[in-house]
Write a protein that binds this ligand. Structure first.
Ligand code: ADP
Length: 203
């Protein structure tokens, strides 16, 4: 039986570099909540403004149904339903809310998930703690500090096989520059898991 060790709502954060198993761990926890017949809502980032049905999928192939949304405001709107405010006494919130790629939901994510936890919801976030420069990513560091539970995962360094804590950005096969824009139109871009020694950012 899944029973929260906390009274009421709480925040769980799963972080690590790309390929560290964040989505796998998120899917594992959410699947258990579904088996326990809890009401579960799952969100992932969308590239366009409309909500659409989607899946959170891990690199190893497991998946769970999700709603793709543009940002944290869209999560709030989706949970609020037809004009019902979160703060309204008769709202029905899910018991569990899962969010993948949390670093892409913008600055409004923090206040929203804290409000949900306060309202009794178990919130589970998965996201990158560090960007490709190995610097803290957006609102994630703040949420790591505020969470009841934090799991920091490692991947395998593609160069030496040591535990990898960073995401190496490659452009045309070469390490990205510190100042390279996050979106590079037309560039051949890829990412690899790397340890501290083998993570490179060209300055
Ligand atoms: P994340 O959400 O952190 O990007 P996923 O849960 O999607 O990670 O994928 C994790 C899976 O990726 C692993 O179980 C493994 O099958 C695969 N994988 C591919 N490359 C690596 C790597 N360098 N280190 C660890 N796992 C890897």
């Amino acid at each position: 039986m899944l029973k929260s060790p906390y009274h009421g709502g709480h925040l769980e954060v799963i972080v690590g570099p790309m390929f560290s198993g964040k989505s796998e761990e998120l899917i594992r926890r959410l699947t258990r909540a579904v088996i326990a017949r809890q009401r579960v809502a799952v969100f992932k980032p969308a590239l366009d403004r409309r909500y659409h049905a989607a899946h959170v999928a891990s690199h190893a192939g497991r998946s769970i149904e999700a709603v793709a949304v543009r940002d944290a405001c869209a999560v709030r709107a989706h949970l609020a339903g037809e004009g019902v405010l979160l703060a309204a006494p008769d709202h029905t919130l899910p018991e569990v809310v899962g969010i993948d790629e949390a670093q892409f939901f913008g600055p409004d994510l923090g206040p929203l998930v804290l409000e949900l936890a306060q309202a009794g919801v178990r919130v589970i976030l998965a996201g990158l703690d560090l960007d490709f420069r190995a610097e803290p990513f957006g609102c994630i560091p703040d949420l790591l500090a505020r969470a009841e539970s934090v799991e920091k995962l490692t991947a395998i360094c593609t160069v030496c096989g040591a535990p990898a804590t960073r995401s190496q950005r490659l452009i045309g096969g070469e390490p990205a520059r510190y100042d390279d824009p996050v979106v590079l139109v037309g560039a051949q871009e890829s990412y690899e898991a790397r340890c501290r020694v083998h993570h490179h950012v060209v300055r």
